[in-house]
Design a protein around this ligand. Structure first.
Ligand code: SAM
Length: 281
């Protein structure tokens, strides 16, 4: 386990992932019924962008750092909960902090909602525990996220989301994501699932989506963002599979994806994709 998210916190991939996460959490707030957010690969919770790791790569400057200038109003409206979660995390932990998925989830928890953060790296799990185990709404588990997922669903609330955000250190992890999503949906068909993937060779994503489409009897969305032309040797894009997406998410994505593609493009190439697949509701 060599992957350390501190080197990548706030990069263009975090921006897409965390924006979509905040859109789904915002839609979960539409009902007073409690929800549970399960984060199978949680990381450290939040990161200091002036720290050694983030400073060495400078990736945040090409991600979150490019969001300083406001977008047109309709896009800003969709970004507002994301910006509010970052601001709330900075108010708690310092102005140079960028939230990871646990810090974002925590900002959305009402008194009866729950957050479960799973992390396998022993030191990271310990840090996460120190940061989140004092809060009765959040629980940290030092476990393998792929295995824990099966045991954590369906949650007692029967309402909520699962974020699967693996490090992709091993070959075949994109196929593993598709298989894990299909298995999880069979066990908890009404949960909202967000599965993140890197885009190097787009054909790997296409294959996973085709296989998942055949296995799913639920609606799903594929949201891709490319900041440079696809290149099998470099992380030029990323995306999320959202299963059981809130009904307005596709419409929202058609507003924020083009805005992000334009703003986060490395040179003059930015592209996006928003496609529905699976069974339509
Ligand atoms: C991409 S990072 C997570 C970032 C986080 N979700 C966020 O958005 O801030 C992936 C994390 O998964 C952890 N990890 C690696 N293999 C794991 C496994 N099998 N189960 C759970 N966590 C794992 C890594 O230590 C790393 O912290």
């Amino acid at each position: 386990m060599n992957y350390r998210h501190a080197f990548h916190a706030g990069n263009f991939a975090d921006v897409l992932k965390h924006l979509v996460l905040t859109r789904v959490l915002t839609h979960l707030h539409a009902k007073a019924t409690p929800f549970r957010a399960i984060d199978t690969h949680a990381g450290l919770g939040f990161y200091d962008l002036t720290g050694d790791e983030a400073g060495r790569t400078g990736e945040a400057a090409e991600g979150w750092g490019r969001l300083d200038t406001p977008f047109p109003e309709a896009v800003e409206h969709l970004l507002a909960p994301y910006r509010a979660a970052v601001a709330a995390t900075q108010a708690r932990h310092g102005a140079t902090t960028y939230p990871g998925s646990p810090a974002i989830i925590r900002e959305f928890l009402r008194s009866t909602d729950k957050g479960v953060f799973v992390e396998l790296h022993p030191a990271d799990a310990e840090t996460l525990r120190e940061r989140y185990n004092q809060d009765s709404r959040t629980k940290v588990m030092h476990l393998d996220g792929w295995t824990a997922l099966g045991a954590l669903i369906p949650p007692p609330e029967r309402r909520g989301l699962v974020l699967i955000d693996p490090p992709y250190e091993e070959l075949g992890e994109i196929d593993r994501l598709g298989a894990a999503l299909a298995k999880a949906v069979a066990k908890w068909p009404t949960g909202i699932y967000l599965g993140w993937y890197p885009i190097k060779d787009v054909s790997h994503v296409d294959r996973m989506v085709t296989e998942l489409h055949g296995a799913l009897n639920r609606p799903a969305l594929r949201l891709d963002l490319l900041v440079s032309e696809p290149d099998a040797t470099r992380l030029n894009g990323n995306g999320l599979i959202v299963i059981n997406p809130p009904w307005r998410l596709a419409e929202e994505a058609m507003l924020f994806l083009p805005a992000l593609a334009e703003r986060l493009a490395r040179t003059d190439y930015g592209a996006f994709r928003c496609e529905a697949f699976g069974a339509q509701a």
